[in-house]
Design a protein around this ligand. Structure first.
Ligand code: ATP
Ligand code: MG
Length: 420
């Protein structure tokens, strides 16, 4: 035993449960890969400034949750708290937006770090699958992303999730609304922190979970009533496209991603079996972000889905994923000669695409058979001196108990046939 433990707010993925995480990452990204999104990987850390600008100085992520460090060379870096700013940075750096082929569609998957108060569904190290469609303003693109996330959750068998949808307006109508909102909020009874938020990032106040705040927001002005004609029509088209794809959603006029460069379409996927950490994924349009990090105007839309919370959602719904067997054949040699012969067969099986494992460590027969059972293998492959003298091994079906002698050079073909 070691006295070291995984750091606070983190946990390890270990078998057998780790298989669910792999399958979830695979399922969340599969619809993207079928929709023209290309795989992207960026470093686990970036310049602090990228996130300060690309996530926003006034967000919880930047003010409280970021892991920052100064390198020996004096660079100010941060472990990435989210993916969008990095992926956009990478696309701009590689000039993908100049390819003449917009939108640039990218997907990613990886670890993210936030210094949060750990609780169920809220960790300091967690995992997301994300997608960004960069450089096009088209309601079909917004709809596409919502549909792909919806289909990804559905492919896992999830049902108890809802899609919340809103529009945050654009640079025409948003400032007018922002001013009206501030005027309303300034008249309320709010603590000092919240009053400061009213001045820097008033939309975020709508998102305040405290009852003392929510109670005062009954008559708060809504973005919905301030949308300009262009935003109204854009949002209506997104809604129609979702409806005709059979994706139901709820209009949530209070849903915000409270940054100035988040625009128009905003959405969140919430799961009703997760308690207070109910958001399994979220995203929206961020037409101003590229300019915020020094790029050209590039209207874009994206989302990030939480892998950890998606796994919790599966458990909440009692869904067992159907995963391919980790081991199909488990070889149990009796004696040194059999050890060499079966090791050769196991190598051949693996080369032929059959998942095969071996009783290592000179275990006795009884122990070795226990390992075979524990491996979940469909077949055990046994051989002792007498079998070898006849050039065979015993292939035992662990489900039916049926056992047949198979010539050593026929094992691969025989197993492949039976598994098919
Ligand atoms: P929350 O409101 O729960 O803090 P968020 O708005 O900070 O979520 P996003 O930044 O939109 O979340 O990230 C997208 C998804 O990543 C979330 O919907 C969630 O599933 C997941 N996620 C975010 N933070 C964490 C965390 N600390 N631990 C586990 N998953 C997380
Ligand atoms: Mg958060």
């Amino acid at each position: 035993m070691t006295s070291f433990k995984a750091p606070k707010g983190t946990y390890d993925l270990i078998p057998p449960r780790s298989a669910d995480y792999l399958a979830v990452r695979e399922a969340l990204s599969a619809p993207l890969r079928r929709a023209g999104y290309g795989y992207t990987e960026t470093p686990g850390f970036e310049q602090v400034e990228l996130f300060a600008r690309g996530v926003g100085e006034s967000t919880d992520i930047v003010t409280k949750e970021m892991y920052t460090l100064t390198t020996k060379g004096g660079d100010e870096l941060a472990l990435r708290p989210e993916g969008t700013a990095s992926v956009l940075r990478a696309a701009l750096e590689a000039s993908l937006h100049k390819s003449g082929n917009l939108p640039v569609k990218l997907w990613y998957s990886g670890s993210y770090y936030r210094y949060e108060r750990p609780q169920k569904g809220r960790y300091r190290h967690f995992s997301q699958v994300g997608a960004e469609a960069i450089g096009a303003e088209d309601p079909s693109l917004d709809a596409e992303l919502v549909i792909l996330a919806h289909d990804a959750y559905r492919s896992l068998g999830l049902r108890d999730f809802r899609i919340l949808l809103n529009s945050l307006g654009d640079k025409e109508c948003r400032p007018v609304y922002r001013a009206a909102l501030q005027e309303f909020l300034r008249r309320l009874d709010l603590d000092e922190d919240t009053r400061r938020r009213v001045e820097i990032n008033p939309l975020r106040v709508l998102d305040d979970k405290r009852e003392s705040v929510q109670r005062q927001l009954t008559d708060v002005p809504m973005m919905r009533d301030h949308l300009c004609e262009a935003c109204k029509s854009y949002h209506e088209q997104v809604r129609e496209l979702l409806t005709s794809a059979g994706v139901s959603y709820e209009d949530d006029p209070r849903l915000v991603r409270g940054l100035d460069y988040y625009t128009r379409t905003t959405f969140e996927f919430v799961h009703d079996g997760l308690g207070s950490q109910s958001a399994v994924g979220g995203g929206g349009r961020y037409d101003g972000l590229s300019e915020m990090i020094g790029g050209p105007a590039l209207p874009s839309v994206g989302w990030a889905l939480g892998v950890d919370r998606t796994v919790l959602a599966l458990r909440a719904e009692g869904i067992e994923l159907e995963l391919p067997a980790a081991t199909d054949v488990f070889a149990v040699p009796i004696g040194d000669e059999a050890r060499r012969a079966l090791f050769r067969v196991v190598t051949e099986l693996r080369r032929d695409g059959v998942a095969a494992d071996f009783a290592y460590g000179g275990k006795g027969m009884k122990n070795a058979m226990k390992s075979a059972d524990r491996s979940g293998a469909r077949f055990a492959l046994l051989a002792g001196e007498r079998d070898l003298a006849q050039g065979v091994a015993q292939l035992k079906d662990l489900h039916s108990g049926e056992q047949t002698a198979v010539p050593l050079d026929r094992v691969v073909a025989e197993v492949a046939g039976k598994l098919r």
